[in-house]
Design a protein around this ligand. Structure first.
Ligand SMILES: *Cc1c(COP(=O)(O)O)cnc(C)c1O
Length: 226
């Protein structure tokens, strides 16, 4: 089957199967704008990218009503480029990055929604906050004085393993952390509402464990050529 036909069919299938509380973020990194246009014509409006320069180029040539999410590790010196249009930043893991997003969002006179990246997977990585670090960032409260940021929930990746029980356990832990943080830090707010979890290989598990945003790339667009 031709790739454009595959994209159209897969976008429609996934959107048909997802429960109403879960939205699809089509992860289009490393894929050309024509493929995004095909997904757009199949009805998809939310796309995720992980490199600032690539995102900038695509924004310039694609329809203006696309909701762009930034999903990768974001360097503070690059925030200014995406601040004018980005609608959700998925992987915030430091106060310094929050402060820079606040500053750039203020300059653009807008509010940017962000998710805190929780690190639960077994792999060693320098990205993401442990639940204790996340608690600390939220309880220190500096974010309360950042009117141009809305902390909208959490994001997490499961370990890259075949064991579905382990993957489900990690997603369940993330969802439980989300519920706890909502009660403790956002009791009177509807804004803290997103649990971004699940990728091509594990999103059905994430949906069962309460994901509200699944980030699906290669299943839709095919393998990435780096
Ligand atoms: C690339 C990426 C995805 C999509 O991965 P697929 O396996 O292609 O679905 C999801 N989340 C993050 C953070 C990514 O970097």
């Amino acid at each position: 089957m031709d790739i454009h036909q595959h994209i159209t069919t897969t976008i429609q299938e996934i959107n048909r199967e997802l429960p109403k509380q879960t939205r699809l973020v089509a992860i289009s990194k490393y894929h050309p704008a024509e493929m995004i246009q095909t997904a757009y014509e199949a009805g998809q409006r939310v796309f995720g990218e992980s490199h600032v320069q690539e995102l900038q180029q695509k924004v310039g040539v694609l329809p203006a009503d696309i909701e762009w999410h930034f999903i990768g590790h974001l360097q503070t010196n690059k925030v200014k480029y995406i601040a004018p249009y980005v609608s959700l930043i998925h992987a915030v893991d430091s106060l310094r990055l929050l402060q820079e997003i606040e500053k750039q969002a203020a300059r653009c006179n807008r509010t940017i929604r962000v998710l805190l990246q929780l690190h639960l997977a077994q792999e060693e990585t320098k990205f993401g906050l442990t639940p204790a670090e996340c608690d600390q960032l939220l309880s220190e409260g500096a974010w309360c004085d950042m009117p141009h940021i809305q902390i909208a929930g959490i994001m997490c990746m499961a370990s890259n393993v075949d064991d579905e029980t382990q993957i489900a356990n990690e997603f369940r832990t993330a969802r439980q952390y989300f519920e706890k943080a909502r009660q403790q830090f956002f009791p009177d707010s509807e804004a803290f509402c997103e649990c971004s979890m699940g990728m091509s290989d594990d999103y059905p598990i994430a949906v069962r464990e309460g994901s509200t945003l699944v980030r699906v790339g290669s299943k839709i667009f095919g393998p990435r050529v780096y």
